[in-house]
Design a protein around this ligand. Structure first.
Ligand code: CP3
Length: 347
């Protein structure tokens, strides 16, 4: 290996290197399926207090690394913290999910704080990153993250998660210029937020666009491609060589050419696309991440082993980071995670 080539497996994959055993991490790897996570969350009081407590947030980030030896750690935080930093109210209803104050019109939008003001409230997150950069094992890559502007905007408009993102689509239809201003504001704040994460020690950043699948045609271009391309270009200008993972979840055909259109180094795939299709259509442009169905972490057994092998095999001819197609669920069994990792590493 030459001196200037990255040593860590995740960074090597992101640089386009083909590896005999793909590196692995898991979305929501720090989460409720782990008893040690539930204990630390109880110690913090609630989910948001955990996110804003650097020592405890670093602790839960490290828990799955200690237990499973994943190749990457992802900062423990949430994509909705930036909404709070922009002036929205945010709370979590136990068993139901996030709730926020809503944005119904241009006046609500005008009441938000400017993008550059987000750091005062987000500084504990940067402290978590600094702690992790010190404490992680030398071989583990630290991933920072943010929500992509479209997905964050869907929560800010509706005030909660919605099945079809109807309220965001309605505002887009009623006042496209106002909706564009919201997306631009979130994009600008996200550039600053991720840039601070990188300065604090994040080696890779990932943009989660969980609701990209409800954008079609020109809306997909305007709100799933352009804001992500803008964020990536700005980050790479500030931090030359920074690898970026983009996750336009359920984009379907929209995955084709997404890396080229946005400048992402890696496209994360959900499990609605087959790995064979994605190898032919998406991996031809570079590294991909994914895409085992998270349900296997609940059901385990031979099906887990067979599907894990299928994903590894399908992506064997190009750069690949093994992951689930979405986050691991609270009812998953930790032993199934161990079985998945052993299957990947032992072949
Ligand atoms: O992946 C990780 O381990 C890092 C931490 C992380 C969390 N959320 C912690 C979390 C990351 C990267 C996220 C991203 C996130 N948050 C997304 C994008 C990815 C996706 O899942 O599509 C979204 C849409 C959110 C918003 C959000 N946060 C929702 C809708 C919910 C409720 C749903 C649920 O799973 O309960 C959350 C809560 C949340 N974020 C939890 C965790 C561990 C569970 C809360 C708890 O412990 O009570």
């Amino acid at each position: 290996m030459t001196e200037n080539r990255p040593q860590k497996t995740i960074l090597r994959a992101l640089a386009g290197e083909l590896q005999p055993v793909p590196p692995v991490w898991m979305m929501r790897q720090a989460g409720r399926y782990l008893p040690e996570y539930r204990a630390t969350r109880a110690q913090a009081g609630d989910f948001l207090s955990l996110c804003y407590n650097p020592e405890l947030a670093a602790e839960v980030t490290l828990q799955p690394i200690r237990r499973f030896g994943f190749d990457a750690a992802i900062l423990f935080a949430d994509i909705l913290l930036i909404c709070q930093a922009l002036g929205a109210d945010l709370w979590f209803e136990t068993g139901e999910g996030p709730r926020l104050s809503t944005i119904a019109n241009a006046a609500d939008l005008a009441a938000l704080r400017p993008a550059h003001a987000v750091h005062d409230r987000l500084s504990p997150i940067y402290e978590t990153v600094r702690l992790l950069a010190r404490e992680l094992p030398a071989e583990t890559t630290l991933i920072g993250f943010a929500g992509a502007p479209w997905t964050v905007a869907t929560y800010m408009v509706a005030g909660r998660g919605t099945k079809d993102q109807g309220p965001a689509h309605a505002l887009m239809t009623a006042d496209r210029a106002a909706f564009q201003r919201l997306v631009d504001l979130v994009a600008e704040a996200t550039i600053d937020y991720l840039s601070e994460q990188v300065k604090a020690g994040a080696e890779v950043v990932k943009l989660f666009d969980s609701w990209a699948g409800s954008l079609k045609g020109p809306d997909f271009t305007d709100f799933a491609v352009k804001p992500v391309a803008r964020i990536i270009a700005a980050l790479k200008a500030r931090h030359p060589g920074l690898p970026v993972i983009a996750f336009p979840r359920e984009a379907g055909q929209g995955y084709v050419g997404f890396a080229r259109a946005t400048g992402a180094d890696c496209v994360a795939l959900d499990n609605s696309v087959s790995p064979e299709w994605a190898a032919a259509q998406v991996q031809i442009d570079g590294c991909v991440q994914g895409n085992l169905a998270p349900g296997h972490m609940v059901t385990g057994g031979d099906a887990l082993v067979a599907e894990t092998r299928r994903v590894v095999e399908a992506f064997r001819k190009g750069p690949h980071i093994f992951n689930l197609g979405h986050g691991i669920t609270p009812d998953a069994a930790p032993e199934n995670v161990t079985l998945m990792i052993e299957t990947i590493r032992r072949g």
